[in-house]
Design a protein around this ligand. Structure first.
Ligand code: GRF
Length: 181
């Protein structure tokens, strides 16, 4: 599930396709029709479905539709890669211990949005990436894998973001390999 650029999605799908991860990506589910991740899915030959958040009057309708779409293909795991909506409790209970997320900080530090910006603004010397199971809280689920990164203050914020994304791709693949042995 993704909402935006989809670089993690692409790294994961490629790792599945070349046998680095023992899994078959069933479908991409997104909430924003214009998100670049849908282009990536097309190029990679992965089915996709958009549950357009803006097209619903009530959030509960969107959430029901999202749950239906995810249940349809009976996935073993749901992998969140920049999916920018908080999942409702009912959704989480339906896929207990089966939803995985990546977060750009060393959790429990900086849960929620803008974690990369916070690490930079606070002059932290170390940041990192966490892959974790999703529970009812915000970025509070059991940690699967975590890797740190020294922040080089001679470089720009954009350089730091790039390093973080490259690390995310690596760590996500390693974490999924660990689960899907
Ligand atoms: C990543 O930084 C991820 O940690 C956060 O959203 C971003 C998604 O990036 N949750 P991308 O769409 O995979 O390029």
């Amino acid at each position: 599930m993704a909402s935006g650029n989809g670089s993690n999605f692409e790294a994961i799908v490629k790792a599945c396709h070349c046998g680095q991860i023992n899994a078959q990506p069933v479908k991409l589910i997104g909430d924003k029709p214009k998100a670049f991740v849908f282009e990536r899915a097309k190029t990679l030959g992965v089915d996709s479905e958009c549950i357009d958040y803006q097209s619903f009057t009530y959030r509960s309708e969107f959430e029901d539709q999202l749950l239906r779409a995810c249940k349809k293909d009976g996935p073993d795991y749901i992998v969140l890669a920049g999916f920018m909506k908080i999942l409702p409790v009912q959704f989480i209970h339906n896929f207990k211990d089966k939803i995985i997320n990546i977060h750009p900080s060393l959790l429990p530090k900086y849960p929620g949005t803008k974690a990369i910006e916070k690490a930079w603004a606070n002059d932290d010397s170390v940041s990192g990436v966490t892959v974790h199971y999703v529970d009812e809280g915000v970025d509070t689920g059991k940690i699967i894998l975590q890797k740190s990164l020294e922040i080089d203050r001679t470089k720009t914020f954009e350089d730091f973001c790039q390093q973080m994304h490259a690390l995310e791709h690596q760590v996500y693949i390693e974490a999924l390999q660990k689960i899907l042995k």
